[in-house]
Design a binder for this molecule. Sequence first.
Ligand code: PHE
Length: 338
Amino acid sequence: MSLIEQLEAVLAEALATIPGAADAATVEALKVKYVGRRGAVSELMRGLGGLSAEERPVVGQTANRVKAEIDTALAAAADRLAASQAAALPPLDVTLPGRRRRLGHKHPISLVMDDAVAVLRRMGFIVAEGPEIETIWHNFDALNTPPDHPSREPKDTFYFPDGRILRTQTSPVQIRVMEKQQPPVRIVCPGRVYRRDTPDATHGMNFHQIEGLYVDRNVSLADLKGTLAAFAAEMLGPGTKIRFRPHFFPFTEPSVECDFSCIMCGGKGCRVCKHSGWLEIAGAGMVNPKVFKAVNYDPEIWTGYAFGMGIERIAMIRYAIPDIRFLYENDLRFLQQF
Ligand code: PHE
């Protein structure tokens, strides 16, 4: 048999075999057998050298055509197998109801924080933020906290080797803003704070506060009271009343503690308010002139009020959560209720 006849014989055999391939592996094996690097066509081409110069191109062309036809047959077989595989899948039922995607939702701390920020922003406060790793100057000194104040002790405050601390309150943000900006200032600072407390039902080692600061000419305690009264009504409901009790903070003078009337009993007295009718919510007061001096504001010109409160505490009251630790355990049975 001439080389051309042999090539045609290979082609005939390949075209007779390939369409019958039952799976992709067989198609692959046939490819190797006929057109692979050591397949039938390649083997025959080795004889090309022994041909005359006239015969060589004719045989070469035949070889290329044979190879192309086998390739086409292989591709067709592969396509046919892929199509039948797709047909074997169950048909798509377009009438099936869609699969509901379970959306995540906000954590109760975020719910309360976002509400509190929104309420104060509507009153004209602008959000300000500061670092959680804070200097002693911003967290204590500039806030008129004496060097021997117990809250500075390593027993209560987390210290870094470089002398910085984890902020114990959001009040240092007041200092950072006033250092950068001239009055009037009206800011709200939401954020995480850290204290070395032993965790129990009402204490964690870190929690969240929201802080307000208003500095302008002729700001009075009445302005503070009006702001907190409006805030209380927005946060816990229209009937919520507030009261001030005298207190002490180094950075405000006078200082007050602000109670909100108990939302559980409406002020009649219950377990949540320990039968007093009132809930301790915020610390507040008029900005101490010494704080103004620390940030180079003239206390003869500027007056201001500041307040700060714990977000967890408000969340616990609002949603009747009996233990602060529920807020951090991330138990879905708890979280899915919000
Ligand atoms: N920083 C105080 C605290 O953490 C709260 C406070 C803020 C009091 C602003 C007065 C003014 O207890």
